[in-house]
Design a protein around this ligand. Sequence first.
Ligand SMILES: [Zn+2]
Length: 214
Amino acid sequence: MAKQNGYHESVATETATTDLTPAPGEVDHVALALANSTYLLPKHGRVDLLATPDATRAWLAAVGLAPAAADVRELCASRMRQLRTHVRALLEARVDNRPAPPESLEAVNAALTSVPSASLLQYDEERRWHRAAAHPVTQLVDRALAVIAADLADLLTGPDGELVARCGAPSCERVLLRTHARRTWCSVRCGDRVRAARSYARRSHESDSAPATA
Ligand SMILES: [Zn+2]
């Protein structure tokens, strides 16, 4: 729950005028959140939540994959953006019922197997017996990539795989889980935009076909 709230808050503060609420499914699937971490907004153009190391750190912290003070360099940010390209390609292949692009499978599997994802048994004076991932700060992004890749693999092979869909709003690229049949838009913003366009089209059609009063 804390993770969900943190995500809303940080996205809202990071991108004051260009924020979108998380698409349905993002809170449960970090792979969807990664895929949607860049998007097009009418009048704003492209928003990229991983555009810089600072932005990437904020995004990783918001989804619970790194401490807020993590040391994130440009190389890390660029590796996140690369994985995003492949995650998107695989999600889109699933949506369109196409075969998986081999290079994207390879990239996701490389991320999946590059670090052990199991939490190791650890002991120290302060915390005594505990389990924690064995990752120095430099491996933090490796671990984040592995967690995202594992989530994508679970999503695409599990029951939710059938529910992956593209937002129905024109020019919106975000993906979502259609957790009920009438869920078509990624956000209230997209739904409102489509409804406004439809009512505009209807009004101009009505005024075109209205009989002349003169
Ligand atoms: Zn949308």
